[in-house]
Design a protein around this ligand. Sequence first.
Ligand code: XUL
Ligand code: CO
Length: 446
Amino acid sequence: MDFFPDVPGPIPFGGRDAEAELAYRVYDPDRIVLGKRMEDHLRIAVCYWHSFGWPGSDVFGQGTFDRPWLEPGVDPMRAARQKMDAAFEFFAKLGTPFFCFHDIDIAPVGATFAETKHNLEEMVGYAEEHMARTGVRLLWGTTNAFGHPRFAAGAATNPDPEVFAYAAAQVKNAIDATHRLGGANYVLWGGREGYETLLNTRMRREADQLARFLTMVAEYKHAIGFEGTLLIEPKPQEPTKHQYDYDCASVHGFLDRYDLVGEFRVNIEVNHATLAGHSFHHEVAYAIDNGIFGSVDANRGDPHNQWDTDQFPNSVEEMTLAMFEILRSGGFDTGGFNFDTKLRRQSMDRVDLFHGHIGGIDTLAQSLLAAARLVEDGALQAARDQRYAGWAGPLGTAIIDGDLSLGDLEQKVAAGDLDPHPVSGRQEQLENLVNRTLWRAIEPGE
Ligand code: XUL
Ligand code: CO
């Protein structure tokens, strides 16, 4: 059965003046940017959960989407196969290289743990067939250890060790599934790893539990020879009032405290960055500077709403700044841009999935071109280098190398040897430089 009969696919690259609505205007997978194919820079993935597992319901109303595989009354395994057929038809027609899933997105939960495990194994086998047929690969797998009532008080951070054990069992099977499908990464998002009230919470004890859990995950990865990257996805709150993996800096501090730096990196979501009171640019730059940058969930928020709206990216400006940092650091390693994106509830037709993804992908492609231009131009990098030039001189090196004490510095200043002058940060000039690049249409060969 064809679930997207009106879209012949694959979506073509039509250039900026393409007449067809369903065409890429900027995303041209084979176009070479800074020596690498555009597809290999962006490593785009479609997410299974919002695009195929969510009916368009919200807290005030039921599903609105036209998703036959989610209709009630269909045998759960039959529905799971239909959902997967639809998903792979979509991936292939969109022409993007990767997808991402949670265990329960692809396989129905059974009456027992053993039945759930069996369902997952069967659906992983079915996914293998679809992947071999279409060439679509797995960017990352993950576990849903936040939806079921047993996880209401957390998974790894639950006050009950039996829940910890249950989450561990589930994660083990999801890593196995990811490994079997050749996943490039495995993600842990701690939606319930936090607290609702401190009145009933022991924060330090829960942190110790989480560290133990993550250590077990890293040990298991090595034991089975899974070579993908383990990623933690920071988020400050929602659903819990306060989540421990608040932002990149909290995750980094946590990993450092428990000697786990090197085992985990971060999957940064644009909307989670802004909910934490940071720009996406900040989170990406922080992760890169501290060696924990892994992957990105590209969905944006609405600046007027203080919750996770998971919208398709549409700001070239926001994306270009982060893309510049990613390019200057050498680009993605195992990571990529995942579309953890939700259509608006009124976008109920199946074709709306194409409109959302095509627009988001073109936004990323245009941001890549603009960021590449900023890298090639070199002016931003040069301005940064110039600003810190003093640290390469004799005084700066001696301070950093530990050759001078507080007393030594006091003597130098008291002797009148130093006479620092404030220097302009040239912020507006740099902002103008970025804007000029964004305003320019960037065509092949230009
Ligand atoms: C929730 C979120 C998740 C993770 C995977 O805000 O972003 O979808 O990406 O569990
Ligand atoms: Co996400």
